[in-house]
Design a protein around this ligand. Structure first.
Ligand code: HEC
Ligand code: HEC
Length: 271
């Protein structure tokens, strides 16, 4: 039996939106995730089993284990995400959330799930987590960074890295990250996230990036910004060449790999 349209729309509103095809000559598609009950059930099952302990019953970041964690688990209700391919303030793409779930948030307690959850489970729980926010289904995420496969990463050369250093100073990354990238710039101390929790700028010399350390990850991070913690530099740095110069400069600061190693050393752990 097919549910009458009115019921479907009510259901859609209740879950925060779905894709509704209206048959007929003036068929339109309302943007939003397609309703898939099996997927939702799977998302809920995975969430309760693997995520609730930290992110909480209601997705507000207040799970039973949360109090001991620094940084605390993300509150999904506001729909403010750090790791996005989308513009500042926009919801993330589902694929962004899937990437975070697969890879984890390095240097924090957020585990990498790729060897514990199947691709479908990760997809299901990504949709489920997004659904904690009322914004899901009402807003269309605005992509800012193209898909990885479309990004052309130039090889790091000494000239490019040197150019990157100039850009780092010009854009005042040092204000927070420090002149030598140690996370100790003059503005570093007073930073908080949208919930008022203290945030420390990354020490680039450690070389562990929450959102991933591949060139495409570092590119995405400063182009889109990190929630309310770090602004987006998309407008301040429109030139593609300059963006890659900055990526290579930042990555060259890692203590594990000095500039020489970065240029000529084994590439094994880099990708
Ligand atoms: C042991 C605690 C813990 C568990 C279990 C856990 N998380 Fe997390 N999660 C965290 C913490 C802590 C952060 C925040 C890291 C930060 O802010 O740097 C986080 C962040 C995230 C983010 C980042 C969102 C953003 O800002 O872009 C997503 C998505 C996420 N978790 C999803 C999940 C999902 C899905 C599960 C279950 C499969 C899960 N987490 C299980 C602790 C946990
Ligand atoms: C207003 C302060 C501020 C400025 C200015 C700033 N950042 Fe950040 N940045 C931060 C904070 C805070 C974090 C850590 C956020 C977190 O841990 O969630 C961060 C993290 C990062 C990360 C690592 C993200 C990860 O995956 O762990 C990169 C890369 C980065 N910043 C690059 C830059 C670059 C390049 C510039 C200059 C164009 C810059 N930042 C300017 C505050 C700032």
């Amino acid at each position: 039996m097919r549910a009458p349209m009115g019921t479907l729309l009510l259901l859609c509103a209740a879950i925060g939106g779905c894709s509704t095809r209206v048959e007929g000559p003036e068929a339109t598609t309302v943007a939003g995730p397609a309703r898939d009950l099996a997927l939702e059930a799977e998302g809920r099952r995975v969430y309760r089993k693997a995520c609730l302990g930290c992110h909480g019953e209601r997705g507000d970041g207040n799970g039973p284990g949360a109090r001991m964690l620094d940084p605390g688990p993300r509150n999904f209700v506001a729909g403010v995400y750090k790791f996005r391919s989308t513009s500042s303030g926009s919801l993330p793409l589902v694929e962004d959330v899937e990437r975070t779930i697969a890879e984890g948030v390095r240097g924090t307690t957020m585990p990498a799930w790729k060897s514990h959850l199947s691709r479908r489970e990760r997809h299901a729980v990504a949709e489920y987590v997004l659904g904690f926010s009322d914004r899901f289904g009402q807003e269309i995420p605005e992509r800012l960074v193209p898909p990885e496969a479309e990004l052309k990463v130039p090889a790091p050369t000494p000239a490019l890295i040197e150019q990157g250093r100039g850009i780092y100073l010009r854009l005042q990354c040092a204000r927070c990250h420090g002149e030598h990238g140690r996370g100790n710039g003059p503005a570093a101390r007073d930073l908080t996230d949208e919930e008022g929790r203290p945030q420390r700028p990354l020490d680039f010399t450690v070389g562990i990036y929450k959102g991933g350390g591949r060139p495409v990850d570092v590119y995405r991070t400063f182009v889109t910004g990190l929630g309310s913690t770090m602004p987006s530099f998309a407008e301040a740095l429109p030139s593609e060449d300059e963006r890659w110069a900055l990526v290579h400069y930042v990555r060259s600061l890692s203590r594990k790999k000095g500039v020489l190693e970065y240029l000529f050393g084994r590439q094994t752990n880099w990708e």
